[in-house]
Write a new protein. Structure first.
Lengths: 78, 78
């Protein structure tokens, strides 16, 4: 049991690294999807992570979401 | 100049806290926008931050973005 606990502790930084990589990769993808239009509207923006996420929220709130989500598969297929 | 540098250093944790709060608030909003539909498709999902962001990317890639972004204002008005 102690050895198992040791292994779990050893894996923690790796799992955390993978989690951060998934988050950063998604934010980069959101940036490439919405960034060009955003920069047209705010050319001087530095486009930080927080900006990218706020602009994604803005974009999604302006859509009629229920109508779209019915036609859309939100689950990523690995 | 040294006192100014000291003030900048003093403000850093506050600025970082605000940055994290903006990021977390946006992820929570994305969750409330897309989460219900996602949970219909994957009821057992824990919906971690990375899941929410990946599902946002999935959703946006399935839209015809140029057509939508033309009609949409991406800039948040404070």
């Amino acid at each position: 049991m102690t050895f198992f606990f040791f292994l779990v502790q050893l894996r923690k930084p790796l799992v955390e690294k993978q989690r951060r990589e998934r988050i950063n990769s998604s934010i980069e993808q959101l940036k490439s999807l919405l960034g060009p239009e955003f920069l047209k509207q705010q050319p001087d923006s530095k486009l930080e992570k927080a900006d990218i996420l706020e602009m994604s929220v803005c974009f999604l709130t302006q859509l009629e979401l229920p109508a779209h989500t019915e036609k859309t598969t939100l689950v990523k297929h690995y």
